[in-house]
Design a binder for this molecule. Structure first.
Ligand SMILES: *[C@@H]1O[C@H](CO)[C@@H](O)[C@H](O)[C@H]1NC(C)=O
Length: 167
């Protein structure tokens, strides 16, 4: 009886490990009224599981995504916020900042500067800290790059802010 108990614990542990190891999928969703092709394949937020992204206080979250502007982009501004209980809250240092310096050319990883050319694929990457004073809440991260009022790319991911790991 004891052996069966031990074996099932081991099996459960193994399956949990398997689930966690294939978690490099970001469950990104379209923003309201938008429809960007192949959104799931383009967006990578770390760390995430299939259900959502876990933003642990005291750690950094990495956001990487590819986009291809349809028109020449003169200015590129981060329109990033957390939607908590229906209210938008800014991420400090990200919201409203210029995004051009975070963009590279997808083909060779070389840095670019704005304006960006139409039809070329670009990669955006950014790392931002989860501050200790953020509330522990479920939220949606809304991430868009704006050229004026137009979305060059936009996605949302469900996320949760969790307490810092204790040492
Ligand atoms: C988060 O990123 C900043 C800036 O790149 C770095 O200085 C810091 O050490 C990182 N923190 C962690 C916990 O990785």
């Amino acid at each position: 009886m004891k052996n069966i108990y031990c074996i099932s614990i081991v099996l459960i542990a193994i399956s949990i490990c398997l689930v966690w190891s294939e978690t490099n999928v970001t469950p990104s969703e379209q923003c309201e009224g938008q429809n960007f092709e192949g959104l799931r394949e383009r967006i990578q937020v770390k760390p995430c599981s299939k259900k959502g992204c876990k933003l642990r206080k005291g750690t950094n979250t990495t956001v990487i995504f590819k986009f291809k502007p349809e028109h020449e982009v003169k200015t590129l501004v981060n329109d990033v916020y957390a939607i908590v209980a229906g209210l938008p809250l800014p991420f400090l240092g990200v919201t409203g900042a210029s995004a051009c310096a975070h963009v590279t050319r997808s083909s060779d990883g070389s840095p670019v500067s704005c304006p960006l050319a139409a039809g070329e694929e670009y990669t955006y990457s950014n790392v931002f800290p989860i501050e200790s004073y953020y509330p522990n809440v479920d939220l949606r991260v809304h991430w868009a790059l704006l050229d004026g009022k137009k979305n060059v790319i936009c996605f949302e991911v469900p996320a949760v802010i969790t307490p810092a790991r204790r040492n």
